[in-house]
Each structure stands twice: as C-alpha cells, then as structure tokens.
Write a protein that binds this ligand. Structure first.
Ligand SMILES: *Cc1c(COP(=O)(O)O)cnc(C)c1O
Length: 454
C-alpha cells in the first residue's frame, strides 16, 4: 500500500473526524496546523489564520503564552504526574482547590477534578444521585436542562445536551427533561413581551416539576449563556424567575460555566454577569487556558456539606479518574487563573467587549441578511436570515453559515458556523487591530456569500 502524500490526504486517510461536515472537508481538505502566534494559528503550508474561536473557546491566552508553557515545564520537572485516590494527592492539587473556592462565588466549598467538561457534568450527576440516595431519596434521579443546551458528549452529558443530533445514539436516556430554550428573539410568541416570555418559561418549569413530582428530580443544569447552542444569553430576568422555583422545591441548581467561567462574559463567572448564585459550578475549557485537559466540579457550601455527609455515611465516594487532579494540569490551571485575572486578560475583555459589540452591530446594520446579534463579553453570534422582518431562515441545503465560515477561512479568519449563526469568541489577548481584522474579513465573507445565495 502506498501512503498518501499530502498532509490533507494523510489526515483523511487515518483520522475519524468528530463534529465535522464531511462533504466540506473532502472538498476543501483538512487544515493541518503546526503552531500558533498570539491569537493566530499557522498551517503546514505556512498560512496564518486569526482564530476568532480561541480554538474551541478555551485558548483564551492565545497559542504561544510563555508563562503558561513554563509553568507546565517546571511542574513536569518537579512532579510529572499523580492521581488523587486513597488520600494521596499533589500539593498543586491542594493549592488549586483552595484557589478555585477562593475565586468562586461561594464562601466555602469543595472541588472534584475530571479530564473534561463532559466528565465534570457526569460527575455532578453521579454526585447528586449519590447524595439523594444517601439522604433517603433514591428516586430523585431526573435531570432538568434546556433545549439547545450543550453539556458534553458522554452518555449522561449528551443526554443533558438539548440537541437533536444525539438521536443517532438513541439518546437522551430516560429521565433527562429538556425545557424551552430562553431565546426570546427566536421562541417568543406573537405579541409576547420579553418579560411575558420569561414568565412563561418559569411557569413551564414549575408545571414540569409538579407533573414529574419534585421528589423525582435530582437537579437543574444551565449554562449562564448557552455556548455551543449558538451563543444564547438568557431572556431578561430568566435566572431571577427560575431560581426561586428551584429553591421552593429543593432542587439543586448547577451552573455549567465551562465556557462562561474565568472571564468570557466579562466577569469571573457567568452567574455573576446574570446576578444569581448557583449551588455548584462546572468548570473546564479555559480553566487551563486550553493547555491541559481538565474539568472541575466546584460545590458550594451546602452541597459540600451534604455530599461530605453522604460520603461519610457510605465511607467512600466510589468515583474518580486516573488523572483527576493531575499535578501538571493543576499547576497550569493555577498559572492560567493568575494570567487571566491578574495579568490583564479579563480586563482586556471588559475593556474591548463594547468595541466588539459595536463593530458587530455595525456589520449587522449594514447587512440585509443578519437578523440578530446576540452575546456578551467576548462571546457573540450573528444569525443569518433570508428575511430580516419575518426572521425567515435560509434553506438548510444552502449551508449558508458553513459557506460563510469557509469563506472566512480562505481569507485567514477562523469562525464557527452553528445552525444558521456565525460564532465569534476570540482569545482574551485580542488587540484592537486584530479585532478590526475580524470585522473586515467577516464582512467581506458575509457580502460574498449573501450575494451568492440572494
Ligand atoms: C465544551 C462544553 C462541555 C464539554 O466539555 P468537554 O471538555 O468537551 O467534554 C460542557 N459544557 C459546556 C457548557 C461546554 O461548552
């Protein structure tokens, strides 16, 4: 057998691509990358792309941050790996847990580590099942989430995810209940105000709890801003309407901050941006600025006490991953938190977010085919429509958002097509001139593709 020659052909021959539009990759070839420079990535042919998606939301400090790489190297030299079982764990793990509770919205708490965001959500669900069973409520197993939510790809976190693509796996599992997505622009009814929409969703939550029985529900999970669902901020007052209902029925509220956490929305946590305090936080992605696969469950005081009491009754929490609390991951996370919070990255997001919003809004206003701009901080989506007034989408077979993203790639800009939207979530180190490069290339691509499909 002769081996394929080009990087693209070699990638096609030996790689099974996930979440990838195959016809488009077969036609265009995979983009094979060798390294990065600030917010840019460079491919095997020497082409540079401004990655306006921070990799997959996570490379918030860019692709060549020296301090982060040095923290990793130093820890690899000092103590390159360990677990967190049997009461043995690394000093870095202890320090990171302390730090995470300190920067969390909780006065006290406890932290449990995983290798990914999916596993952190899975872990949280297992903790809730474990906790409720140990408190004499083994029937409290149902999980409430929302349509368009993205919580991961493991069997449980995919069941929590509210996307139709999981049907190919026969998911969701029974007992995972999806409520209406709080996207007023798309799901608000004729004549309904945003406040009425929020009130309707709150009623739906309470009706669902009463129909299913509060004593069968283990917890409610929500991203402050839905990320992979298409950057969907909550409708006005959503969390203020939902939280009292969850409290009334003693249902723990878990904020999935895998994208929103550590500065993406302009505050340390998305729940701070939207003015609510959850019972636990799920963190991953930018927790290590993308340099190490790591997730964390951060329990607030009440859940910490209850889970701890349950563990003591049962003697152990039989759960953990070989690399949970990996010392190198923890050392990188400690450095990443410091870099984001104390070296100006979070400040840069706060300073430049209004400029990013204004530039995107101007692009929307100049286009007849952008129906909505939505987002906060450094996470935004522009939604393409055939008709602005009626919000009518383009025919799906036109693949408008894929064509826009592909045209951007040709121009040296990486952005992500999601449904009919284009998602932009640049690294926190972005400068004003790099932001202008995003605006210029994006608008060129929009003009070209809308002219083709008009
Ligand atoms: C990416 C993501 C996850 C899953 O994280 P993985 O590390 O890919 O498993 C979970 N929740 C949210 C909100 C995410 O964006």
């Amino acid at each position: 057998m002769t081996k394929p020659q080009s990087w693209e052909a070699r990638a096609d021959e030996y790689s099974l691509y996930g979440f990838t539009d195959l016809p488009s990759v077969h036609k265009r070839g995979a983009v094979v990358l060798t390294h990065g420079e600030g917010p840019y990535v460079v491919d095997v042919n020497g082409r540079r792309y401004l990655d306006a998606n921070s990799g997959l939301w996570n490379m918030v400090a860019g692709f060549d941050h020296k301090g982060l790489a040095e923290a990793a190297k130093a820890q690899y030299d000092r103590f390159p790996g360990y677990h967190a079982f049997f009461g043995r764990l690394s000093d870095q793990t202890v320090m990171l847990s302390e730090k995470l509770v300190e920067v969390s919205p909780f006065e006290r708490g406890k932290v449990f580590y995983t290798n990914s965001g999916s596993e952190a959500n899975d872990t949280m669900v297992k903790m809730l099942w474990f906790l409720h069973a140990s408190e004499g409520n083994p029937q409290r197993r149902k999980i409430l989430t929302r349509w368009n939510a993205y919580h991961g790809v493991t069997v449980v976190s995919a069941s929590m995810t509210g996307k139709p693509y999981n049907e190919v796996f026969g998911l969701p599992l029974p007992g995972f209940i999806h409520l209406t997505c709080p996207h007023y622009w798309r799901y608000g009814q004729e004549g309904e105000t945003e406040d009425q929409f929020t009130a309707r969703l709150a009623r739906e939550l309470e009706d669902t709890i009463q129909r299913e029985g509060a004593d069968t529900i283990a917890g409610f999970f929500a991203e402050p801003v839905m990320g992979a669902g298409g950057v969907i901020p909550p409708s006005q007052g959503y969390f203020q309407a939902v939280l009292p209902i969850l409290r009334k029925y003693d249902i723990p509220m878990i904020s999935d901050e895998v994208i929103c956490g550590f500065g993406r929305t302009g505050n340390t946590w998305g729940c701070q941006t939207y003015g609510f305090t959850p019972d636990a936080i799920i963190s991953s992605k930018n927790l290590t600025a993308g340099l190490f696969p790591m997730g964390a469950v951060i329990l607030g005081g009440d859940l910490s006490d209850r889970v701890q009491a349950a563990v003591e009754r049962i003697e152990e929490f039989p759960h953990g991953f070989t690399a949970s609390g990996h010392p190198v991951g923890c050392a990188i996370a400690l450095k990443a938190i410091d870099v984001v919070m104390n070296e100006g990255l979070a400040d840069n997001v706060r300073r430049l977010a209004p400029r990013l919003e204004a530039g995107l809004r101007a692009i929307m206003e100049r286009s007849d085919n952008i129906g909505e701009l939505r987002g906060v901080g450094f996470m935004w989506a522009l939604e393409a429509v055939r008709d602005k007034a009626t919000k009518t989408p383009f025919d799906a077979h036109l693949s408008v958002s894929e064509r826009i993203a592909n045209t951007c790639t040709d121009l040296g800009l990486i952005c992500r097509p999601l449904g009919q939207s284009i998602v932009l979530c640049p690294p926190f180190i972005l400068t004003e001139s790099q932001m202008d490069e995003i605006f210029d290339k994006l608008e060129q691509a929009l003009r070209k593709v809308f002219a083709e499909v008009a």
